[in-house]
Design a protein around this ligand. Structure first.
Ligand code: ATP
Length: 210
């Protein structure tokens, strides 16, 4: 039986924006993945910040943004867990569900590269799946030479082979939240149905947390 390729795309998606869906579609093409699974995170183990929208709102916005893209799927796996899931745990669960003939790819933007050494059991993660670093507007193209002191060359070469030169889309969720909180336009950054949802539910109106 031929191998299958599945790409997993984790993040807070607070909210999901056109940058996410554009690079995900490009990465899927590059990998030859039959699907991309969007996996919203409960809360980053590295950032001491709660997402500003509720889990249900973030799920609903992702569902709206990916509707119509047959190869895009949504998983609430991490949100259903009692505690935040480490990426390695999520990857292992998906690998177990899909079986050993499926190659798992995990997508990350280039803004995360400096944090990699702090990820939970990162060496195992790199060795067990295909960690793909995607280009991101405003950040240097991924370069792993700085990790030569901590990782063997085969690990660094694997990371370098899995770099994906995705289109540079200068959008971030933080910028969208800031713009909405100060009454500015975000039309070109969001899927129209996500923009409608945000307006209808009054999300991100104020920076003051309840
Ligand atoms: P925030 O501004 O709140 O930090 P974000 O826009 O970076 O959010 P996340 O939900 O944190 O969005 O991102 C999920 C994943 O998508 C991360 O790996 C991030 O690097 C990547 N990503 C987000 N926006 C882009 C983009 N415009 N181009 C490439 N990768 C992106």
């Amino acid at each position: 039986m031929a191998k299958r390729e599945i790409a997993l795309f984790g993040g807070t998606f607070d909210p999901i924006h056109l940058g996410h869906t554009t690079v995900a579609a490009d990465a899927a093409k590059h990998i030859g993945a039959e699907k991309i699974v969007f996996i919203p995170a409960k809360r980053s183990p590295l950032k001491d910040l709660f997402p500003e929208a509720s889990d249900d709102d973030r799920l609903a916005m992702i569902a709206l943004a990916i509707a119509g893209e047959k190869s895009f799927q949504l998983s609430d796996y991490e949100l259903k867990k009692p505690k935040p899931s480490y990426t390695l745990e999520t990857i292992r669960q998906f690998q177990a569900d899909y079986g050993s003939r499926t190659l798992i790819y995990w997508l990350v933007g280039a803004d995360s590269i400096n944090e990699l050494p702090r990820w939970y059991r990162i060496a195992e993660l790199i060795d067990e799946c295909n960690l793909c670093i995607m280009f991101r507007a405003g950040f240097e193209p991924p370069d792993f030479a700085k990790f030569e002191a901590i990782w063997p060359s085969r690990r660094i070469e694997k990371l370098q082979r899995n770099v994906i030169q995705t289109p540079l889309i200068n959008i971030s969720s933080a910028e969208i939240r800031n713009r909405l909180a100060t009454g500015r336009d975000v039309t070109n950054m969001l899927h129209p149905s996500v923009a409608d949802y945000i307006h209808k539910h009054g999300l991100y109106q104020s920076k003051v947390k309840p």
